[in-house]
Write a protein that binds this ligand. Structure first.
Ligand SMILES: Cc1ncc(COP(=O)(O)O)c(C=O)c1O
Length: 383
């Protein structure tokens, strides 16, 4: 049978490519964004408990009430945002599903969504699969901030939404309250929706605060605010996330969600809710926890000769390497993986049109010893 690809330009994601190469060359894998430490023991015990206690059948389509209640509490406590537990919160199978569903809720044939490059790699294919077109706008090359004038010029009558990601993967930049005001001004004036990818919401450093789109009065009713428990609880393989949206948007979101996955793994929802309820200190402590990894790792990289882009949030560190090599970022990460046995991600793959600048991304969600050994390998490779 002749197969017609719906995504002819899409290959295997860079995360799988680099992780496979890391395993082939026995390299320390600082490419894909996941921790090399485990979920909190109590959380694993809770999952075991709920699985063994019979919490194993379909949950409500929009998620277990206990978990939705905990999300309501959290956004109230952290951001002074009020959300209705029944009509505004949907539990999804990871943020990836929530993003896919939000995009499919909004986009029809020929519609456009604005994304900022470098962009997380699931946005563009999801927009294409919905029959739409991603309009790529590069972030500024100096601070990876958004040029709002350019956004304004890119909005057309076909524009259905703008996708925001803060803290931003891969650059580690964060949006400011001024950005939120600019976004609100544009979104309201041009009547477009916002899809806000906030999966790293609890990893903002140097005493700064996360600015959730949900806290802005001009954006609250036109936004899908998406987060992931995978990042927060060191459980990227559990694939549980959620979407907060106004009731009218949530009704449409759930129409799509119910035919994508219908529901999300039951005992995991119970376990996370229980853990959130009894251990709010976990997410409160994440900025200090990750900053204590970012700072020594950044120092080690700088000593080797990498030039660092300040990481204001996420668990990623961007680096340029002009003093070390003139290879392209793709060739450079292949060399690092095969010769220095440390894997990283080339940032050019996150652009529609890659810029001149050559950048790579390291994930520092690793034990201190792992980061130290990676730095030792890099140092001996370049010395
Ligand atoms: C920016 C961003 N959005 C979404 C996701 C997907 O999250 P999940 O694993 O919960 O689907 C990731 C995961 O790496 C991410 O970095």
């Amino acid at each position: 049978m002749k197969t017609v690809s719906k995504l002819p330009d899409v290959g295997t994601t860079i995360f799988s490519v680099m992780s496979n190469m890391a395993s082939e060359y026995d390299a320390i894998n600082l490419s894909q964004g996941y921790p090399d430490f485990d979920v909190p023991a109590v959380l694993a015990e809770r999952l075991n408990h709920y699985t063994l206690s019979g919490y194993n059948q379909y949950p409500p389509m929009h998620g277990v009430a206990y978990l939705r209640e905990q999300i309501v509490q959290k956004v109230e406590n952290l951001y002074a945002v009020s959300a209705d537990v029944n009509s505004e919160i949907t539990i999804t199978s990871g943020a990836t599903e929530a993003l896919f569903v939000a995009i499919h809720t909004l986009v029809g044939n020929g519609d456009e969504i604005i994304v900022f490059d470098p962009a997380f790699d699931s946005y563009d294919p999801a927009i294409k699969l919905a029959g739409g077109r991603a309009i790529h706008i590069p972030l500024s090359s100096s601070s990876f901030s958004i040029d709002w004038e350019r956004v304004s010029e890119a909005i057309t009558p076909r524009t259905r939404a703008i996708i925001i990601n803060s803290p931003h993967n891969p650059t580690g930049s964060v949006i400011s309250s001024t950005d939120l005001d600019e976004l609100a001004k544009l979104a309201c004036a041009k009547d477009v929706a916002v899809i806000s990818d906030e999966v790293y919401e609890h990893m903002v450093f140097d005493g700064q605060q996360h600015h959730t789109i949900a806290s802005h009065p001009g954006l609250r009713d036109r936004s899908f605010v998406i987060s992931s428990f995978g990042k927060t609880y060191h459980a990227t393989g559990w694939k549980v996330g959620y979407c907060i949206a106004a009731p009218a948007l949530t009704v449409e979101f759930r129409k799509v969600h119910q035919f994508v996955t219908f529901t999300t793994h039951t005992p995991t929802q119970w376990a996370i809710a229980d853990y959130m309820d009894h251990h709010p200190e976990h997410h409160e402590g994440l900025p200090a926890f990750y900053q204590a990894k970012r700072d020594p790792f950044a120092k080690m990289l700088a000593k080797i000769g990498f030039e660092l882009v300040p990481s204001k949030g996420t668990y990623f560190q961007l680096a340029t390497y002009d003093a070390l090599s003139d290879l392209s970022d793709l060739a450079f990460v292949a060399q690092l993986t095969q010769k220095a046995r440390v894997a990283a991600i080339p940032v050019s793959v996150f652009y529609e049109v890659p810029p001149e600048m050559r950048l790579i991304r390291f994930c520092f969600a690793k034990e201190y010893e792992t980061l130290l050994e990676a730095a030792r390998r890099l140092e001996s490779h370049f010395s």
